[in-house]
Design a protein around this ligand. Structure first.
Ligand SMILES: [Zn+2]
Length: 378
């Protein structure tokens, strides 16, 4: 490798390490990057001169003062946007991933189409952006590929090219678009070991498998598990029909509700009851437990099958619908009772929390960090 390319490679390694694991001492940085002390001190000096990193002197009670290195907060900014059916939300983060500013746009039913969502995204990004912007990360429900929301039934969006819109209207080129469960997996990836399955549970069900530094999303909610139950996606027998909070709600109310009506009018018509069930599950799970058992048993079939195929080390549950540890234990018990341990191995079932906006912003920095470095050395 020619000297300038090698130097850039080493700088990127140090910068990535500080971004993901920092703040760090020189010794820790040397251990983690595998760079010699002399190479490291040269690289650190350059990064300091270019304003990418900062030094803090720590004076311990005993011994010599030591230096702690961290990313310079004001060196760049990044925007993370979550596109949801009811709302588009954005957060501007500094280089240390501390939130600086938040914006949101409420999506009313007449705005639920390509134009409505596109204009909300553009407005939020335009209001949040500053002159140091490294990139924009956007996550959305539905099928997302190559800068485009291919389809989201819940948002009534088809073939919306978000990347093109941001480039054309705002002149922003560094854009990452991904599925929203993948964004949660990115958030978790900074402290989970490789090969974990993220499952989000609520009025919808989503999943993403993290392996080798990448998230792979799949529409687990539309896995077909029976021959009955018309789903809003057009299929019959989807997991979301039989296992989501929609199924819990029907059991709780003791009556049938049209799934399409629920999916399209949840916020307006059903949200207070869904919230009531969640609140009871939080404060006194026994009082509503029975309504979760059927839906969770059906969810456990699909989960067990997925675990057999993907062999994750852990399954991490999150989302508005999973409100206590006991829910996770029920799902774990259903899976381990139903499947032979030889088939599914030993899997850790865990409850966690994650931020969409931070997850997608993190993925954006990882992607565009080399570009930032390249611009500074020109
Ligand atoms: Zn479906």
């Amino acid at each position: 490798m020619p000297a300038p390319a090698l130097r850039r490679e080493n700088k990127l390694r140090v910068l990535r390490c500080l971004f993901e694991r920092g703040p760090l001492s020189r010794a820790q940085l040397s251990d983690l990057t595998g760079l010699s002390t002399s190479t490291l001190s040269y690289i650190v000096r350059e990064l300091l001169n270019e304003g990418f990193i900062e030094v803090t002197e720590i004076e311990p009670n005993k011994g010599r003062p030591s230096q702690i290195l961290s990313i310079a907060r004001s060196r760049w900014s990044v925007i993370g946007v979550k596109v949801g059916r009811e709302e588009v939300r954005g957060v501007l983060f500094d280089a240390a991933m501390q939130p600086l500013e938040k914006k949101s746009v409420r999506i009313f039913s007449h705005m639920r189409n390509n134009e409505g969502y596109a204009s909300a995204i553009l407005r939020i990004v335009d209001e949040l952006r500053d002159e140091r912007l490294l990139g924009v990360g956007i996550c959305s429900s539905g099928i997302v590929s190559h800068g485009e929301i291919i389809v989201s039934h819940l948002m009534n969006v088809r073939e919306l090219n978000v990347e093109d819109r941001l480039a054309e209207s705002l002149g922003i080129g560094n854009v990452v678009l991904m599925n929203d469960v993948d964004a949660l997996a990115y958030f978790l990836s900074s402290h989970e070991k490789d090969d974990f399955l993220t499952v989000s549970y609520g009025t919808g069900i989503g999943a993403s498998f993290w392996s080798n530094g990448h998230a792979k999303h799949f529409e687990i909610g539309h896995a077909i598990i029976t021959n009955e139950g018309r789903c809003y996606c057009g299929q019959t027998g989807c997991l979301e029909y039989h296992s989501s909070e929609y199924a819990v709600l029907k059991s709780y109310l003791g009556k049938d509700i049209d799934f399409e009506d629920f999916a399209m009018n949840e916020e307006e018509k059903y949200r207070p009851i869904v919230e009531e069930i969640r609140a009871k599950a939080r404060s006194n799970f026994e009082s509503v437990r029975v309504h979760y058992l059927g839906p969770f048993r059906r969810l456990s079939f699909v989960l067990g099958n997925l675990i057999m195929v993907l062999k994750p080390r852990s399954v991490v549950f999150l989302g508005e619908g999973i409100v206590n540890e006991e829910m996770v234990r029920i799902l774990e018990r259903f899976v381990t009772e139903k499947f032979n341990s030889e088939f599914i191995g030993s899997v850790d079932f865990r409850l966690s929390h994650a931020s969409w906006e931070e997850g997608v912003a993190l993925a954006t920095v990882r992607r565009f960090l080399p570009k930032a470095l390249l611009l500074s050395t020109r």
